[in-house]
Design a protein around this ligand. Structure first.
Ligand code: 5RP
Length: 221
C-alpha cells in the first residue's frame, strides 16, 4: 500500500468519529497532506457538521471550496472535535507537529477542543520523539537568540529559509534532539523569549491516534 493510500485509510477511519454525534458539531480541521485527504472526504459527513475551524490558510481554502461554513475560533467557543495529522507520534499519543508550519494555530485549536484525534500512517510512529526535526515558530527578531538556546539544549537548529507562517513569523527546525521527557521540553522551550510555539504536543496530546497500517488495518491507540 502506498503512503498516499495509507493517508486516505487514516482519514476514512476518522469519519466514523464525526458520524458518532447525533447533533451538528463544530469541527477543528488541521493541516497537511493527510488532512487534505480528510477534507476531500468531509462532504460525505456534511450533515454532522455545523461549522469548521481551520488551522491554516491552505486548509481554509480547501474547506471553502467545498462550501463548508468556516468560522474563526473566536466565533465558536470550544470545539467538539479536532482532527489533525502529525509528523511523529510516540506510544503515549505525544506528537511532533509543524512540518507544514501550522503548529501555532494547531496548538490553539487542540487546546480548545474537547477531543483531539490524530491521523497518521505507521511510518510516523516512534519509540522516542525527535528523529523528525522539532519546528519552533519564532518572532523574526528573536531567531538567532532562540537558535542559540536550542544549541544549549543539545539540538542543531536550521532556519526554514524563505518560509513565513500564516502568523507572519519564522520557523527554526531543531535537529538531533532526543526527547525523553516531551512535557518538560515543551514547557522549557515555551519559556524562551521570542518563541511563539514549539511543535511538541505533549502538554495537550492527542486523545486518540488512528494509525493506518500497510496490512490495511487501523490501530487505535
Ligand atoms: C502541519 C502539521 C501536519 O499535521 C504534519 O506536518 C503532518 O503532515 P502530513 O500529513 O503532510 O505528513 O503539523 O503543521
Amino acid at each position: 500500500m502506498s503512503t498516499d493510500q495509507l493517508k486516505i485509510q487514516a482519514a476514512t477511519a476518522a469519519l466514523e468519529y464525526i458520524k458518532k454525534f447525533d447533533y451538528k458539531i463544530d469541527l477543528g480541521v488541521g493541516t497537511g497532506s493527510t488532512v487534505n485527504e480528510l477534507i476531500a472526504l468531509l462532504p460525505s459527513v456534511r450533515h454532522h457538521i455545523d461549522a469548521v475551524v481551520s488551522s491554516s490558510e491552505e486548509s481554509t481554502k480547501r474547506l471553502e471550496a467545498l462550501e463548508f461554513n468556516v468560522k474563526e475560533l473566536n466565533q465558536t467557543g470550544d470545539l467538539t472535535l479536532y482532527i489533525d495529522g502529525a509528523d511523529e507520534c510516540d506510544g503515549h499519543n505525544r506528537l511532533i507537529k509543524g512540518g507544514g508550519g501550522a503548529l501555532t494555530r494547531e496548538k490553539i485549536i487542540a487546546a480548545s477542543s474537547r477531543q483531539f484525534i490524530c491521523i497518521v500512517d505507521q511510518t510516523k510512529m516512534v519509540d522516542v520523539l525527535g528523529k523528525f526535526p522539532l519546528p519552533v515558530e519564532v518572532i523574526p527578531m528573536a531567531r538567532s537568540y532562540v537558535a542559540r538556546q536550542m544549541v544549549k539544549l543539545g539540538g542543531q537548529p536550521i532556519y526554514r529559509d524563505g518560509f513565513v507562517t500564516d502568523n507572519d513569523n519564522q520557523i527554526i527546525d531543531v535537529h538531533n534532539l532526543k526527547i525523553l521527557d516531551p512535557v518538560k521540553l515543551e514547557s522549557k522551550i515555551n519559556q524562551i523569549p521570542g518563541v511563539i510555539t514549539n511543535g511538541l504536543f505533549a502538554l495537550r496530546k492527542a486523545d486518540l491516534t488512528l494509525v493506518a497500517q500497510k496490512s490495511g488495518e487501523i490501530i487505535k491507540q
